[in-house]
Design a protein around this ligand. Structure first.
Ligand code: PMP
Length: 402
């Protein structure tokens, strides 16, 4: 469709065009029911079958073991910053009822804006002592979030209620590598975690873009959909089955009460149908995941995304070589495969870059309000050909500046 542009938005962002056509049909008539997907009861057998299929698409593509449940929540990734604290503090209370609040520790790995927001939220929630495992700003020459710190810098607590990290920092363009090798300096240091630690990962901006290393070692993985897999409105949760605490039993022992709609156990016990789930968002997510399975799943996207990022960073390096811009994250320090962030030295040049891109049908490249700069997001639905077009534009742009 010639009216559509190359959309490099950080999210919501591009969805595959074929999926959007299918979704139009589904809005009129879902799976031959004669009822549109936004009109059908969430308890209709056809919808329940579909929801089960979507869970299966996630389970098979990411190899999620039976020890973990796949759940759908509302409220976005940001709501999980508090929800995961409530649920895992309830679990900790059931395991260790005798401990005081100050003896319950919540461990945070700070690598960017979203882990920082999660950390701030945890402090607001109370019920435990919030600890910094590592703060990447202290390992930066500029004092900013622009790196994955080396493994030696991490300081985990002995028996925390949770350890939180954000796999891909959407705003800062910093990401852990997908290496499972302890020798890989930008990998998450799984090998340093105390045994049985409830590990929590925010995968909002990298979910399904590649396989998840050490998936089975996580207590909770959460991801809002609106980057790689669907529209905003649904949050995917992968929760280890011992992390579905009975929040009433925990409250009876002094834990904070947890709204039933936010208790992981409620979602699991009711097949995500305790209250109305975001039917349409789950529907489109399912269409995207069906397509992704056909293409080869996360392994396929890992390869394509790696090539896309390599091409884009090469263009960024060319801009740096010409003295036009500065990449936010240095090579080898944890560059994101999803969000490529850089700063032009001159504001005026940045403005021309954005306007020139728009003239070529390349949109959505502004940075985050809190962290100005230029950000090109290349999620799964951005094709390699589109990245090639963006790279060609960048070369032309640099050439015109000389
Ligand atoms: N975590 C990360 C890594 C994100 O990128 C975002 C959204 N940009 C969020 C959390 C918050 O998600 P939501 O806006 O769906 O609440």
């Amino acid at each position: 469709n010639s009216t559509r542009v190359i959309n490099l938005s950080a999210g919501p962002c591009a969805l595959p065009e074929s999926v959007l056509h299918e979704a139009c049909q589904g809005l009129l008539n879902f799976n031959g029911t004669g009822v549109g997907i936004a009109e059908i009861s969430h308890r209709a057998p056809e919808f329940i079958a579909y929801l089960t299929e979507v869970q299966g698409l996630i389970r098979t593509q990411l190899d999620v073991p039976q020890t973990h449940s796949i759940l759908f929540a509302q409220g976005g990734g940001a709501l999980q910053f508090s929800v995961v604290v409530l649920n895992l503090l309830a679990r900790h209370r059931l395991l260790y009822p005798e401990l005081s609040d100050s003896e319950r520790v919540l461990d945070y790995v700070l690598t960017g804006r979203f882990s920082e927001l999660a950390f701030d939220e945890a402090k607001r929630m109370g019920g435990g002592r919030v600890n910094t495992v590592v703060d990447a700003r202290l390992h930066s020459a500029t004092g900013k979030f622009d790196n994955i710190p080396s493994h030696a810098a991490y300081n985990f607590s002995p028996d925390p209620a949770l350890v939180f990290y954000c796999e891909n920092e959407t705003v800062n363009g910093v990401q852990f590598s997908d290496g499972v090798d302890a020798a890989d300096p930008t990998s998450f240091p799984f090998h340093l975690l105390p045994k049985d630690t409830p590990l929590v990962a925010d995968y909002s901006s990298s979910f399904m873009s590649r396989p998840i290393p050490h998936l089975a070692d996580h207590a909770v993985i959460f991801a809002s959909a609106q980057k790689n897999i669907g529209p905003a409105g649904v949050t995917v949760l992968i929760v280890r089955n011992d992390c579905l605490p009975d929040v009433d039993a925990a409250a009876a022992l002094g834990a904070q009460p947890v709204p039933y709609t936010l208790a992981y156990k409620t979602l699991a016990d009711h097949g995500c149908l305790y209250n109305t789930p975001p039917v349409f968002a789950i529907y489109v997510t399912g269409l995207v995941l069906r397509r992704q399975r056909t293409l080869g799943g996360p392994a396929h996207f890992a390869a394509v995304n790696r090539r896309k990022a390599a091409k884009l960073y090469a263009a960024v390096e060319e801009g740096a070589r010409r003295g036009v811009l500065r990449p936010r994250v240095k090579e080898g320090r944890g560059r994101s495969v999803m969000n490529v962030v850089f700063d032009f030295y001159e504001r005026e040049v940045e403005g021309r870059f954005v306007a020139g891109a728009a003239a070529r049908g390349i949109k959505g490249i502004m940075g985050h309000p809190t962290v100005p700069g230029t950000r090109l997001s290349i999620y799964n639905a951005v094709t390699e050909e589109q990245v090639d077009a963006v790279v060609a534009y960048m070369w032309d742009f640099f050439g015109q500046l000389q």
